[in-house]
Design a protein around this ligand. Structure first.
Ligand code: ZN
Length: 66
């Protein structure tokens, strides 16, 4: 199970209302806003589209062991 394609297409960044990049790899799913440098995580197939819950891209990449 993963986030549905329909949902991926309609989701926008809650901060800038811009497009998000959807990531689905071995570390899990996430939506990235490159404009805001924020990563919105997906928990239990539900995207957490809250600015206060978003991770800075740097922290997210550190978490992925990059
Ligand atoms: Zn944004």
């Amino acid at each position: 199970m993963s986030v549905s394609k329909e949902l991926i297409e309609i989701l926008v960044c809650p901060k800038c209302k811009g497009e998000l990049e959807y990531i689905n790899d071995e570390r899990g799913e996430a939506f990235i806003c490159h404009a805001c440098s924020l990563v919105y995580l997906v928990k239990d197939n539900i995207p957490i589209m809250l600015i206060e819950e978003a991770l800075p891209i740097k922290d997210w990449e550190a978490r992925r062991g990059k």
